[in-house]
Design a binder for this molecule. Structure first.
Ligand code: FNR
Length: 183
């Protein structure tokens, strides 16, 4: 089928390293023929905290909208920071909301994970946690992943990577995702 990817950033701030990384991956995915729906990072900040009493009454409008966008996608592309060695709360909250309900939105979807940090580990401690959370929703998480350490030195002023090897690494991850979705 047509690759239709939902792109999520785990950092809600404008111009963060993970948004830059996500933007480059999104451009690559579009160049490879995928349709990509990029969620504004601020959506994660505006979602209420998951509450089962609220869920029973009906999805809040922002949750409903995010669920509909996820339902239209067959792939997920995520770039997230590492907070205290794990997943940022806002991203975990969003995944908790969209994982609920009888529709089961994640099974049969493929996910590609990336993360950027100013330190040396490039979100290496967060990614196994995110992998576990997504796997428990029924999503298939690609074995390959992208770590971007020393993110403060990684980008040119136009947003491109300084290091061509990084561009190739991201292109390879995106290509694995797109080929799963075409298959
Ligand atoms: C961080 N940061 C961080 N970095 C890291 O490599 N490992 C970690 O465990 C943490 N922990 C952490 C906790 C909290 C609450 C914050 C706010 C930050 C630093 C983090 O990598 C840095 O702020 C990045 O710049 C965040 O990503 P964006 O917003 O630039 O995409």
């Amino acid at each position: 089928g047509t690759p239709h990817i939902l792109a999520l950033c785990g950092s809600v701030r404008a111009g963060g390293f993970n948004k830059k990384l996500l933007d480059l991956a999104v451009a690559e995915a579009r160049a490879q023929g995928a349709e990509v729906d990029v969620v504004d990072p601020q959506v994660l900040a505006q979602l209420p905290i998951y509450d089962q009493d609220v869920e029973v009454k009906g999805w809040p409008p922002l949750v409903k909208e995010l669920r509909e966008r996820l339902a239209r996608a067959n792939g997920l592309l995520i770039a997230s920071p590492e907070y205290n060695s794990s997943i940022p709360g806002g991203l975990k909250n969003a995944l908790d909301w969209v994982s609920r309900g009888p529709e089961r939105l994640f099974p049969e979807k493929w996910a590609a994970l990336m993360g950027a940090s100013p330190g040396f580990f490039g979100t290496a401690r967060m990614q196994p946690h995110l992998r576990q959370v997504l796997s428990s929703t029924g999503a298939h998480v690609l074995p390959s992943q992208v770590h971007l350490p020393r993110a403060a030195e990684a980008f040119n002023t136009d947003g491109s990577f300084k290091d061509e090897a990084r561009r190739k690494e991201v292109a390879a991850l995106v290509s694995s995702l797109v080929s799963k979705l075409k298959g």
